[in-house]
Design a protein around this ligand. Structure first.
Ligand SMILES: [Zn+2]
Length: 270
């Protein structure tokens, strides 16, 4: 998985299949599936058990029963983001233009997650997970969606090999660049001042990407940092399809959305 913690059509099908074969959680490497009890095959309950005992086991595993109003709230937030959030709209249109149209029912799933995980992208099923117990606010939900849609876009466009840690680091750098590291966030993290914004922004993206890689791969901090450093310049400079680093509380996301029309991301009638 590719997590967010604060975490296709024909072109993607072969990649989906090959990832599925390789991305099986093992004792040594769980690929981040730990955070998604419903997807962690190592903890699947016996199909023969009664409904109530399965429900109880699920509760014990995740600390959350997962079937309250949270799922409905999450699904309505997802629909709101699809219709109102410029960055989510742009990513959906860009995916469609690459032949990987996102169908909300098929590709986006609201699920309970462990700890403070907000979302993830599961290349095995080509699905985005939105953590319904941690993303109750609309803006958080939209940010998670935009982040995970970047992974889906990269997988569609570039056939990401999620077993290759360099590929994982690259897509995490791009997703953090587009979503989490606004000037406001960098300042709150103590990474930015009005004089060092550029360096601080890069540091924020590096830190977020490092954190995400550590969540999904069983490697040391030093190993993960070396990989993030190795691919950083190339992946940080790759702004497709957003075209700019969107700053929070500005019109940047809207401008990218408008420019998306000139890049052919939208149908004539949308
Ligand atoms: Zn991610």
């Amino acid at each position: 998985m590719s997590n967010t913690k604060d975490t296709g059509a024909n072109e993607g099908k072969n990649q989906e299949h090959s990832n599925k074969e390789k991305l099986k959680p093992t004792e040594e490497e769980d690929y981040g599936y730990y955070f998604y009890p419903d997807r962690d095959t190592r903890s699947k309950v016996d199909e023969d058990k009664s409904f109530l005992s399965k429900k109880w086991e699920k509760f014990m595993r995740s600390g959350y029963s997962g079937d309250s109003g949270d799922q409905l709230k999450c699904e309505s937030n997802v629909i709101w983001c699809k219709e109102n959030d410029s960055q989510v709209k742009l990513m959906l249109a860009a995916l469609k233009s690459k032949g990987c149209e996102i169908n909300l029912g098929r590709h986006i799933s609201c699920e309970p997650c462990r700890e403070r995980c907000n979302g993830g992208y599961d290349p095995n099923s080509n699905q985005i997970v939105v953590c319904q117990n941690n993303t109750r606010k609309k803006d958080v939900c939209c940010s998670v969606l935009a982040h995970e849609l970047t992974h889906a876009y990269d997988n569609c466009r570039a056939k990401v090999d999620f077993t290759d840690i360099e590929h994982v680091a690259c897509t995490e750098i791009r997703a953090s660049n587009f979503t989490h590291c606004s000037i406001g966030t960098s300042m709150m993290n103590g990474e930015a001042s009005p004089w060092n914004y550029k360096e601080a922004h890069q540091l924020c993206v590096k830190n977020k990407a490092l954190h995400s890689v550590l969540l999904v791969r069983n490697v040391s901090m030093d190993e993960a940092a070396a990989v993030v450093d190795k691919v950083f310049d190339k992946c940080y400079a790759d702004l497709e399809p957003v075209g700019r680093i969107p700053r929070k509380y500005t019109r940047d996301a809207y401008l990218s959305f408008v420019e998306g029309r000139t890049h052919g991301y939208f149908d004539k009638d949308s």
